[in-house]
Design a protein around this ligand. Structure first.
Ligand code: BDR
Ligand code: CA
Length: 307
């Protein structure tokens, strides 16, 4: 227990969030001290409810704090086209009670957990970055006890919300910019590695036999529109957890990332400045490529451990 790495997951479940959280909770190597929720794939109320449903299903007592119900500046647009109206279509969860739900909001709870920790805490945002930006701006004193930020978001290639912008960053580009400019060590697992982090048909076929969590994942995957059961399911958010647990599966580049804010067609584009055009100091390590077979094996082992 002493050696477990303390983390906070900021999330918007979300089908790929649901399995990423499962792998983190059951890995045995991570100490998930807090889950915070943010408007993203669906509304704040729905993602918070989904988080509580997941924790009850997993049988894990992790406190949950509700965060922002909309981006800092821009209007909120969800991704229910990818995850279904509830955000987690495809499986009947039991009704959770709300004993895990804190009275503090996400930024307050993160501040407390970070400052109370004996060891620097790693933040793992797998959703729009609104809560993390609010935390860093409101309580900058937390920076001294943050180990790093390992995020799923952005892209070193093209986008999925706009031509050049990925959903988590494009939903709240101003928040993402605050995070990239915060002076903290950042690891970015972007959309383009997520495209390669595939669960292939022969992999998903193994899930139903892997116990309750495998069966749940299999059911959700039928409704997931991030890829398809036939061509492979894109496990975006698991990419952040994979970096924490098995970073060797990635090819990394230390570089500069900035976020486009003013482009009328490109707002939320992450400029991964591999050639130094922006003339700014490095602020991030970016996952540039992933060993696909190693990811698949890692993913299936991760789900198999969820008992
Ligand atoms: C990201 O957007 C969400 O739909 C997924 O959960 C993931 O966090 C991928 O762009
Ligand atoms: Ca997500």
């Amino acid at each position: 227990f002493m050696n477990k790495r303390p983390i906070i997951i900021d999330t918007d479940p979300g089908i790929d969030d649901a399995v990423a959280i499962a792998i983190a909770l059951f890995s045995g190597e991570l100490d998930v001290r807090l889950l915070t929720t943010v408007a993203g794939n669906v509304s704040l109320d729905k993602v918070t409810y989904n988080t509580l449903r997941l924790l009850q299903f997993y049988g894990k007592e992790v406190p949950v704090a509700k965060g922002a119900d909309a981006p800092l500046i821009r209007p909120f647009l969800d991704a229910s086209n990818v995850h279904g109206a509830s955000g987690m279509e495809g499986f009947d969860f039991e009704e959770p009670d709300d004993h895990l739900l804190l009275k503090e909001n996400a930024a307050e709870a993160m501040r407390r957990v970070i400052l109370e920790s004996d060891r620097p805490v790693t933040l793992v945002p797998i959703a729009p970055l609104t809560n993390i930006a609010l935390l860093l701006k409101t309580f900058p004193e937390v920076k001294g006890n943050i180990d790093e930020i390992v995020m799923m978001g952005g892209s070193a290639a093209r986008g999925n919300k706009g031509v050049m912008s990925e959903f988590n960053v494009a939903t709240d580009p101003e928040a993402a910019k605050i995070v990239f400019d915060a002076g903290l060590p950042i690891v970015m697992a972007g959309l383009d590695v997520g495209w390669k982090a595939l669960v292939l048909p022969e992999d998903s076929a193994k899930l139903p036999a892997m116990g309750e969590v495998g069966r749940m994942a299999y059911c959700l995957f039928q409704k997931y529109r991030g890829g398809s059961m036939k061509t492979g399911l894109k496990m975006y958010d698991s990419c952040a957890i994979a970096y924490l647990l098995d970073p060797g599966m990635y090819q990394m580049e230390e570089t500069t990332v900035d976020v486009e804010l003013s482009g009328s067609m490109t707002a939320g584009c992450t400029l991964v400045d591999l050639k130094g055009y922006l003339g700014k100091p490095h602020n991030a390590k970016v996952c540039m490529d992933i060993d696909q077979d190693r990811f698949r094996t890692w993913f299936l082992n991760g789900i198999e451990k969820c008992v």
